[in-house]
Structures are given as structure tokens and as C-alpha cells.
Design a protein around this ligand. Sequence first.
Ligand code: G4P
Length: 539
Amino acid sequence: MADSVDKDGFTLTEEVQRRRTFAIISHPDAGKTTLTEKLLLYGGAIRLAGSVKARKASKHAVSDWMEIEKQRGISVTSSVLQFDYDGYRINILDTPGHQDFSEDTYRTLMAADSAVMLIDAAKGVEDQTVKLFRVCRQRGIPIFTFVNKLDRHGRNPFELVEELEKVLDIRAYPVNWPVGEEGAYKGVYNRKLAQVEMFEGDAKHGQWAMPSTLGRVDDPAFAEVLGEEAHRQLCEDIELLDMAGDEFDLAKVRAGELTPMFFGSALTNFGVQPFLEEFLRLAPPPRGRRSTEGDIDPESERFSAFVFKIQANMNPTHRDRLAFIRIVSGRFERGMVVRHVPSGKMVKLAQPQQFMAQERTIIDEAYPGDVIGLFDPGIFGIGDTLCVDNKGFSFEDFPVFPPEHFARVQAKDTMKRKQFIKGMTQLTQEGAVQVFRQPEIGVEAFIVGAVGMLQLEVLEYRLKGEYGVDIELRNLPYSVARWLEGDNIGKKPLKGMDSAMIIHDRYDQPVALFRNEWSLRYATEQNSSVNFALAPSRK
Ligand code: G4P
């Protein structure tokens, strides 16, 4: 059984080993859409650049999920793109960027085995990148850095290496290095192969994959091509990197302590293919996950998966939801019956959907590392485990991410209280927002917290559309939440908390809301016996 092959002629082990599942993390406008498109282009999944871009501009052409998405022309939720390259099967988890930054963006990282951190060469490490990086770091997810827009004037590459180390506290190993004068680069030098990879002209804005020219750095022909000055500069840079830089260490890369760093330009294809090839070689295949029964090995024959995202369809004529699952172990087959662990119910996985570039297709089989969308009969919640074991096990608790936007919500019409509570309960279970209670105000109103503002708008929209409840939503002036831990919590009043507010999460654990990081720091100094935790520590 273990050695049986599938329709592509691969064993389960081979299917696992050839998969790479990753997310691209970046700040808006760094070029994620463009890079994704170029990766698909090299993978042959699309022939002409522009298709993913078009998807970004008119999301509703592909998805009819959310009315709000159409109205605002942005993507509220994320999906996955699958393609093949050189024998590898690649899953790119699409994380929403822009104003729609939300918990979904973080949750998507739970399904990834590695992350590509995309940085604009002129801007360096930006806000949203830092937030996403931290989540990867906490989870020990290996991070690969792609410095983009090298065709334009950018910051000095040494400065960027230093910034990664200072701002993100991660060591960096430049795998390649820009060649040419700052802002007018002609190619990259590949340190491992000791080769200069030159790129030709503008290639019609990089719509087609481009051949690269290879040669050794000390080849005099290159001094001629690059010019004396650029060649001398390159030789000096490389010498400095070899002497003063970190050494390459795959174990550190896999542990998320060292980030291989690549320079290129997604728009002009500059350095994209060498990046892809090296990334595929260095990035880990699907990892197992911890569970109540110990570590689950991806190559085990027994199927298991967890839900990491739920996407509601706002079309009132078919109110279905899609639950996105990440397969952890075993072979998935269409129509298989699995145990939904939290409810104990057996569920038939009848219409599994997968996403290839722009199309949704029904699939017959899938393997660890793959993500599929299942029609949700209304039982799935974020973090739920699916498996085929008789008694069932659960994967490690899905993390809660600290919200940054808060509002008090209540039903406008008190007669609708019942629907309001039902809607709030279901939408919380689905992971749309986090709900808190303020002990003094009972159940008439809730405090809701979200990672992104848009989540609050979606909540308002869905309560009206799906539960017929108009709500009053009043924004609160807090932006930092910390879970309070310590022996004296609740017994003695905390000091320095005048402008803070204490609420309770749904497990009744106290959470303090602060206006800003400064107030948090002050409270932390005043209450040394209290731990202000970023996330609840319950099991
Ligand atoms: P995002 O998904 O991270 O938000 O970024 P996106 O790919 O949409 O890229 C943001 C802008 O940066 C786009 O320009 C895109 O063309 C440009 N860009 C991406 N990669 C490169 C690169 O390597 N070099 C240069 N010079 N620009 C790059 P735009 O003007 O906003 O859009 P468009 O008019 O080009 O579509």
C-alpha cells in the first residue's frame, strides 16, 4: 500500500516531497501580484503576464463570494494558486494585502510551510511586512527574501541586508547580488555558482520568460560588458560578503533563523527564475503538525487536515460557505468520508475545489501541502481538525491574533436581540471577528476586535444580509490588546491603566485594551508582576 502509485505515477512519499506550499508576505505595492504572476508564467500556468493583474483589478470576475468585494473592487479573502515547475508542485497561498488586511492574512500563514518576504528595494522593510514576519517567526516558518524593483533606483544592497538584521532581527544570506551601478543594474551575481546572470533589455515589460547569460565573475569578458568600475565594485562587494557576512547554513534557514536573500525585479523578470529554482531547492516540503496524539507525519497513510479559513458567499440565493482546509497527512480522495473532530460527525467530502490560476476546478485527489475548498454545511470552524482515525485527534490550537481595531456593537432594534446574538455567535465561530464582553454591560452589546478595519464593515454587512439585523457600531479609541496573566489579576487593581479598558474574551480571560504602544509600555512598567501577553496562553 505504502508503495502504491497514483495516476501521475508517484508514491505518497514522492507526492509529499515534491510539494512546496508558501505565502508571499509584503507591504502593499511591493509587487506581490506581479511576482505571483511571473511565478505562474515560469510555471507555464499562464502564458501572458497580465492575467493575475486583471484579477486584482476586477476580482468579481473570478469570485462571486462577497458583495462588498465587488463594491470596493478588492479582495476580502484569500485563496490558493497551484502550478507545476520542474517536477515540483507549488501552492502559493494568496494573502490579502491592502486595506483588507485581516486575520485571514495571518491565518493563511498557518497553512504555509515557508514564506517569501517581498521587499521594495527603495522602501526597505515596511509596516505590514513586519507584522507578517513576526507571525512567521513565531511559528518557525522559514523565510526567503526577494528584494524587488531592482530595475529602478533603490537603496544600497548592504543597507538592506543591515535593515533585515536590525528591524527584523534575522540574519540574511544574499544568494545573489546586484551587478552594475546603483539604480542601473545589469544583472545579478550568483554566489553559489560564481556566475553573473545578465538580463537583456526590457523584454516588453517582462511579458515573456527571458533567457539569461551565464559566466564567471572573473571572466574578463564581464569587465568589458559591465564596465571597469561596475566590475571592480562587484568584486569588492563579493569579497566583503564572503568575509564579513553570514555563512550559508540550510539548518538555520529551515529553522527560520537565516533568510536567503535574492535581488531582482518582478516586472522585468530580472532574477525571478533563478530565485524560483533556488527557492524550490531550499524550501522545505510539507511539514507535519503537532496534535493531541503527537506529531502527525505527512507521509502517514491516514488522511488528516485542518480548517484555516472560512469564506462566506454573500450571494443571498445560495448562502453557502467554503471552508479551506490544508492537508497535513495521507491521500485525499473525492467523496471520502472523514471525521469532523469537534462535532464527532462523519462528513462526506463531495465537491472539493482547487484553484488553478484563475479557475476553480473540482479535484479527485490531493496531498499534504495542498489546500482545498469544501462546501461547508455549516459545521466547520477555524482550526477544526478532519481525520480518518476512529477516535480522532486534534491539531494544536489555532492561534488567536491580537486585534488592532475595536468597536462596541449592538442591535438597533432591541426586538432583534435574538437574531443579533445568533449572528454574532456564528460569525465569531467562523472567525469573522473576535468577540469580547465588558462585564458591566451584559449581553446587550458586545465589544468586537479585528485585525483590519474591513472586518468590522464585513460584520455589519453580514449581520444585515444574513441575519436581518441592523447594528449600531461605535468605534473605540484602542489599538493594542494584551491578554493579562498573573496571580493577582482581578484581585488587585492594576496601576497606570487610566486610559485603558479591561474586557474579557470568550473564555473569560481578561484582556486590556490600550490606546497605543506607549500606554502599554507605561502599564507594563507599573505592573511588574503581570504578564501582558500578545495572545491567550490557554490550551
Ligand atoms: P502588490 O500586489 O504588492 O500591491 O503590488 P503590485 O504587483 O500590484 O505592484 C505594485 C506596483 O509596482 C505596480 O505598479 C507594479 O507594476 C509595480 N512593480 C512591481 N514589480 C516591479 C518591478 O520589479 N519594478 C518596477 N519598476 N515596478 C514594479 P502600478 O503603477 O501601481 O501598477 P501598473 O500600472 O503597473 O499595473
